[in-house]
Design a protein. Structure first.
Lengths: 470, 937
């Protein structure tokens, strides 16, 4: 909180100013050993910032003379002063001067309350013991955590390689498919062209052929079909004639019912040519429902072409089907590659230590809700009634620039009533297992979770132990 | 709520638009939920009466003059109904005018428990009398009261000047109680009987009423939206007009989110006084809000007066002015041409029921009016010192861990605070006096944790009680019959936070005593001595009631809510404050915050301006809103710092802290739906700005405490409009963007977004003001442009004043108890200054009961600064001493000598800053409770 910030340059300046008189420092309250040299008893005291020289008996006289507060290290007189808790047996630290003699025990050695009525006990030994035990525990956790982390990193490396290999394989498959696709596209185009060419030729031939009404090779007009169907040649087509000459496309053996026939004639029993053109002819043209018995296809199509055309058409169809199949395969592979790339593009930490969290989910029940965190994917909240609400989708790492991997941000969850969308901040803490430890909602729809995991253990922590000034 | 968890993509554009309109609409008040005068039947009826000849005539032959009062009957010549007028001359230059029906069908409501006693009277003497009227002497200053008989009117005169006239516009209107005609068994008989009885002197042979009362819509039943008001007593409204010749400025009648100077209401709605829970109120309009204090102050350069309309029913106040609406040029023209007419303000009060009971406070100075009003309704409760420090609130701090983390956050960022607050979510299902055992399993541990840091907590206790047979509080209230009753006689129930709720009848003294007993440490589980109380929703708020409040035909004993509506909130706060006093055996001063209030509420604690919004206009309006309250006795006022609804920009939040630090009640608060906004969440620079604002507050606490002592002692407001101290300076009359704290500090907070500078008006010709931050001296009677940055809080100390501060700002005000004082002596141009210091234990009644306090007068004159005892009868010892004396506007002495009564003399070291003329005396070291003198040579 109040780190012993670097005052190195001051040390040098003052060191030059000081001349070595071997006077024992009298006990100056509120300073650390390293500061004692600024407070050697002499006639006068120079404020540490050099701004002012005051008589030495004004040091710690409960009146602030120095702008930097350095003349009152042991009292509450200076607004910007600080008091050094020696805390023998525990951790030394500074407190703001305003906490000196304020009736609240801040230093565990009780040194800050030397003039208040509050009786403070020296609790440093207990605190020190407790902290040492705690730190030992933490160290154990840290050691174990780091070991697990290493494993996970190694596993991560393997997984990463596997994924890379998988990606390469997929790439290869994709390349193969690409080549096949090129060939198949050409093949399909060629086949289609062939079939089209044959057909065109046939149409040309038909146009020059005679106009025999029975000929299959000429385009049929409504009149010719009308005539064909008008068995009794009375200039109209009746239900009987329809039933006699037409059959359903799917089943030529089946006869049309009277109702069906009437329907084909537009709801009447008899039609003349012009009504025919509006009703039955239209149905025949589309060829979906009915056809003239003994014929294939639609009037006017090249249905009953010669075997050459037939072969060409079916070859073209096969080529198209082959192409479709490979295209589908390619699409699937493409999606897979895209997903994999996306997955691999996520920042899994400097050593990809967080990779193992992918595809895992962690749950925690808090009162009536079950919270689920699926790292790099989403956070949800499930109520007792089973309703699932999104608390955010993976956004980004959100820690400080020095350690960006200590926080994850999940954003754009379901919108709140009258408010913004839900989002979740996940704090990562060091532990020997990976588990969701807590969920809070400090502001409405703003969630904070703690995820404990070995991969958040930092070796740096190890160096920070207890260091007490003895 | 679930309805809004729909992806907009799935909705048609129209639906999206509709939603957008709805959502944006929720950010402003829904005016349709609240009545206009036209929608309030009695207001409409009364307002339809236009000024003219009054039908009322004084029956001089009925005049009776006793030692304490004059009584006189009035008759309405239209309907022959008689009224009884009572006139009292009250001690302290006040006149009380009471008008009731001579023989009402049943008693009309007279407001109890607001006046602190029966106001002591002084004899009236009859100066002259003839058939046109009588002239009475009001004692001092050749003040006379003239009663004119036909038409009836009252004029109060001083010399040849009319100070104030009543019924001069003929708007006295008294709807007498009557029997409903369409339901009567024997209409003629009863009516005649009534009239015969009413007419005291049948010998006069009055004709039957010329004009039968017309039955109008809304007299016997009224419907607003889906709510029907049954009005079993029929029409009962009253009205009276007041004319104030020579007056252009009227103030007061809070609570309204409007300018300090009241506006003319011609063409719009009158100012409304009706305690209501207004969701997302708008600024600058006369709509009713949470509290009502029916007191208006009039002011001109010659005189300040007050009108206290003691009526707790729904009330509307119309103001018109013959100068309002005139342009400045028009007024100038009047002036140059010798003005066609003198300025005059006419005021008309309309209330739905009760009687006319008016106190006319004749001033003549603002301070006189404050004392006069205080003599009637009491003074500001003297709060515990820590209540004047900073309060951290939010809806909600979620659990014990959250409370501990916020508490630690203040220490980590070295920002002082004294109180952390828990809103409704801390309870077990909104059952007040209980805790949510999941979130707050160990409330005493939590409170002890705060106590260890010498800090405190406030928990909310609202007056709506969940109807739940497993809830002790509900069961007891129900079994004792303490709930307000519906018109049908059953317990009145309405919808509020817990769902279906009952409303304890706080007008019942037995109920209040029981409620108070619930605050005993063994009753309120988990409570401790550092836990205080917040009464919200005490209008009362009834979500499904008419205008979000109680049905007017609900019953408090024999009286309808209609009669005493505006009084309910006062009783709630009173019962709670009494509970806090009782739980300590009468030793400790309570602290209770309430949202609804009435005249007299100042005796019970603090109020705040309710659910404001994080908008610059709401920051601005906090000044006139609290100034208006201060003028009518309520000094302990504040607005939610940061704004309750919505989320403030960082700049607005910082500016609000800077403003709030200089307003009496200093509490940050935020709505449940808003993001967290503890002071350290906006980056180190903004944390530092907020820290500095809060620290300025803490350093100034000795001055705040002294101001509150005075408010408690003499009723003088803490936060004052400039005109209160500069009553003849017309430039100050409508100023409400700056204010004074006491006499000596002038604050002009920055309330404009992106401001680069503000123009502060420094009053006082021949006076000087010192910038409290730079010590720069400025002349009075000027508009001073002050360039500002985001860290600026323009504050000036009056030359001629001495202000004590505590420069050692600590974690909480309690931690600063024994700290030494720094005296800031700002010299007047004549090198004179005066100030005070008040010290006591900061939290008990011992200052009052055992005279345990220190009250000292500091005077600087003839180059000597001395401290002498202002309260020789009192006794208190303090550890605090005088650390430093800073003299602004000083010249350099050759030496400074401290003399103490034991005859000792010692030389003081000093520094002199010639550029700013600031002399700093080093460490006088003398105890703050002792006599001493510092002589400069």
């Amino acid at each position: 909180m109040f780190p012993n910030c670097s005052l190195g340059h001051c040390h040098i300046i003052i060191a030059v100013v000081l001349w070595s008189i071997c006077v024992d420092s009298r006990k100056i309250r509120g300073i650390s050993l390293s500061y004692k040299r600024f407070y050697r008893e002499r006639k006068s005291f120079l404020c540490i910032d050099g701004s002012k020289m005051i008589p030495f008996d004004q040091v710690n006289d409960d009146y602030c003379d120095c702008v930097d507060g350095s003349d009152e290290p042991g009292t509450a007189a200076c607004p910007n002063g600080r008091f050094y808790c020696t805390n023998l047996g525990y951790r030394s630290h500074y407190i703001p001067s305003s906490r000196v003699n304020d009736g609240i025990c801040d230093c565990c050695d009780a040194s800050d309350e030397y003039r208040s009525q509050t009786p403070c006990q020296n609790t440093c030994r207990n605190l020190g013991q407790r902290e040492r035990a705690e730190v030992e525990g933490q160290m154990r956790v840290l050691g174990e955590g780091l070991r697990l982390k290493q494993q996970l990193i190694e596993e991560g490396v393997l997984t990463w390689r596997e994924k890379q290999a998988q990606l390469r394989d997929l790439q290869r498959v994709s390349d193969d498919l690409q080549t096949q696709l090129d060939d198949l596209r050409k093949e399909e185009a060629r086949r289609k062209e062939e079939a089209d060419a044959l057909r065109e030729r046939e149409i040309g031939a038909r146009e020059t052929a005679d106009n025999s009404p029975t000929s299959h090779y000429r385009p049929e007009s409504p009149i010719s079909v009308f005539k064909e169907l008008d068995s009794n040649r009375d200039g109209s087509i009746t239900v009987d004639e329809v039933q006699a000459k037409l059959s359903p496309v799917q089943d030529e053996e089946h006869a049309l019912s009277e109702d069906e026939a009437v329907a084909l004639l537009g709801g009447v029993h008899r039609v003349d040519l012009s009504r025919f053109e509006e009703t039955l002819w239209t149905s025949l043209r589309t060829g979906d429902n009915v056809t003239i018995k003994g014929r294939h296809g639609v009037p006017g199509s090249l249905a009953d072409e010669d075997p050459n055309i037939k072969a060409a058409v079916s070859a073209a169809e096969k080529a198209a089907a082959d192409l479709k199949r490979v295209e589908d395969a390619y699409e699937t592979v493409y999606m897979e590659i895209r997903d994999l790339r996306e997955k691999l593009s996520i920042d899994y930490g400097s050593e990809r230590e967080f990779l193992f969290l992918h595809n895992q989910c962690f749950q925690l029940k808090v009162h009536e809700y079950i919270y689920e965190l699926c790292p790099f994917s989403q956070v949800t909240q499930k109520s007792a009634s089973g309703e699932v609400v999104s608390l955010g989708k993976w956004g980004s790492w959100a820690g400080s620039p020095e350690n960006q991997y200590c926080q994850m941000r999940y954003e754009s969850g379901e919108p709140c009533w009258q408010g913004p969308t839900r989002n979740t901040m996940v704090m990562l803490i060091c532990g020997t297992e990976t588990a969701l430890r807590s969920v809070k909602e400090p502001s409405k729809c703003q969630y904070v979770m703690e995820l404990q995991t070995p991969v958040s253990c930092q070796p740096a922590l190890r160096q920070r132990g207890i260091h007490s000034e003895l | 709520m679930a309805a809004f968890v729909v992806s907009p993509l799935k909705m048609g554009p129209l639906l999206v638009l509709w939603l957008a309109v709805c959502l944006s609409g929720t950010w402003a008040v829904d005016r349709g939920n609240f009545k206009t005068c036209d929608q309030s039947a009695f207001c409409k009826r009364q307002r339809a009466l236009k000024p003219g000849q009054s039908p009322y005539r004084a029956l001089l032959e009925t005049l009776e003059l006793t030692n304490t009062k004059l009584t006189l009957q009035l008759i309405n010549d239209n309907n022959k109904v008689r009224l009884l007028l009572e006139l009292y001359r009250l001690q302290g230059n006040m006149t009380r005018v009471k008008i009731n029906e001579l023989k009402p069908l049943k008693p009309r409501f007279e407001v109890p428990d607001v006046l602190i006693n029966d106001p002591p009277t002084e004899p009236l003497s009859l100066l002259s009398r003839d058939e046109n009227g009588v002239v009475l002497s009001l004692g001092a200053d050749s003040q006379r009261l003239i009663v004119s008989a036909k038409p009836f009117r009252l004029d109060i005169m001083e010399g040849r000047e009319v100070l104030l006239s009543l019924n001069s516009r003929g708007l006295l209107a008294f709807e007498h109680l009557r029997i409903r005609k369409d339901t009567k068994v024997d209409p003629e008989g009863t009516e005649n009987k009534e009239e015969t009885e009413a007419a005291n002197e049948p010998a006069e042979g009055e004709e039957k009423a010329k004009e039968d009362e017309k039955v109008e819509d809304g007299m016997w039943e009224e419907t607003f939206k889906s709510h029907t008001d049954s009005k079993p007593n029929g029409p009962s409204s009253i009205s009276l007009d007041f004319s104030l010749p020579g007056v252009e400025n009227v103030y007061g009648i809070p609570e309204h989110a409007d300018s300090l100077k009241l506006k003319a209401t011609d063409g719009g709605d009158p100012y409304r006084l009706f305690n209501l829970d207004v969701f997302q109120y708008e600024v600058f309009n006369p709509m009713a809000l949470y509290g009502a204090i029916p007191v208006m102050l009039s002011h001109s350069a010659q005189r300040t007066m007050g009108i206290f309309w003691l009526n707790a029913a729904e009330t509307w106040v119309d103001i018109s002015s013959n100068t309002a609406g005139k342009t400045v040029f028009g007024q100038m023209l009047d002036y140059v041409q010798g003005s066609s007419e003198t300025p005059q303000t006419d005021v008309r009060w309309i209330s739905e029921s009760g009687i006319i009971d008016v106190f006319i406070m004749l001033g003549p100075t603002p301070a006189d009016v404050f004392s006069q009003y205080a003599s009637l309704t009491g003074t500001q409760a003297f709060p515990p010192l820590s209540a004047l420090a900073y309060h951290q609130c939010r809806w909600n701090y979620n659990d014990q861990e959250d409370v501990a983390a916020v508490d630690q956050g203040f220490d980590d960022h070295d920002i002082p605070y004294d109180f952390i607050w828990l809103d409704i979510e801390h309870t077990d299902g909104k059952r007040y006096f209980t805790w949510d055992h999941h979130k707050f399993p160990q409330p005493k541990d939590m409170l002890q944790g705060l106590l260890d840091k010498r800090r405190k907590m406030v928990t909310i206790v609202d007056p709506h009680i969940k109807v739940d047979s497993s809830y002790k509080i509900h069961n007891e209230i129900r079994s004792k019959g303490f709930y307000v009753k519906s018109k049908d006689g059953g317990d009145y129930e309405g919808w509020c936070w817990p769902g279906n709720s009952g409303y304890p009848d706080f007008t019942n003294p037995e109920m209040r005593a029981w409620w108070a007993s619930m605050f005993a440490y063994d009753q309120y589980e988990g409570s401790m001595e550092n836990m205080y109380t917040w009464n919200d929703m005490n209008e009362p708020s009834v979500f499904n009631g008419p205008e979000v409040t109680m049905h007017k035909d609900a019953l408090h004993g024999n009286w309808e809510n209609r009669d005493l509506h505006n009084l309910y909130g006062l009783y709630v706060q009173r019962a709670t404050a009494e509970g806090l006093i009782e739980r300590s055996g009468g030793v400790e001063r309570p602290f209770v915050l309430a949202r609804a209030f009435f005249a007299g509420s100042q005796r019970y604690g603090a109020v705040w301006t309710g659910d404001n919004a994080a908008e610059w206009d709401h920051l601005k309006i906090s000044i006139p809103m609290c100034l208006s309250l201060g003028l009518v006795g309520v000094s302990f006022c504040g607005a939610d710092v940061g704004g309750f609804f919505k989320s403030p920009s960082t700049e607005l939040l910082v500016r609000w802290y800077q403003t709030g630090a200089y307003q009496p009640f200093f509490r940050a608060h935020a709505h449940l739906d808003t993001p967290r906004r503890e002071p350290w969440l906006f980056g180190p620079e903004n944390t530092a700005l907020i820290r500095e604002a809060v620290r300025q507050r803490y350093a100034l606490l000795p001055y705040w405490y002294q101001l509150f002592y005075h408010a408690h002692h003499s009723g003088q407001p803490v936060m004052r409009p400039l005109w209160v101290e500069y009553p003849q300076d017309t430039a100050t009359f409508s100023m409400d963007d700056q204010f004074l704290l006491g006499r000596d500090l002038l604050v002009h907070p920055v309330t404009e977004e992106g401001a680069r500078g503000v123009t502060a008006y420094l009053p006082g010709k021949g006076e000087v003001w010192f910038d409290v931050h730079t010590f720069q001296k400025h002349n009075g009677a000027q508009n001073l442009y002050i360039p500002v940055t985001i860290s600026s809080i323009p504050v000036f100390q009056r030359g001629g004043s001495i202000i004590p501060r505590k420069a050692r700002v600590r974690r909480s005000s309690s931690c600063m108890e024994h700290d030494p004082y720094t005296l800031f002596v700002a010299l007047s141009p004549k090198r004179f200054a005066q100030g005070e210091l008040y010290i006591d234990d900061g939290h008990t009644f011992n200052f009052d009961k055992q005279k345990q306090f220190i009250h000292r007068r500091f005077s600087f004159a003839n180059n000597a600064l001395s401290s002498r005892n202002l309260a020789p009868g009192s006794q208190f010892t303090t550890f605090s001493w005088v650390e430093k004396i800073v003299i602004l506007g000083a010249s350099k002495p050759s030496k400074a000598t401290l003399k103490t009564p034991d005859g000792k003399e010692s030389l003081l070291e000093f520094e002199f800053d010639a550029s700013m003329s600031v002399l700093t005396l080093r460490k006088p070291g003398v105890n703050a409770g002792l006599d001493w003198t510092v002589v400069l040579q």
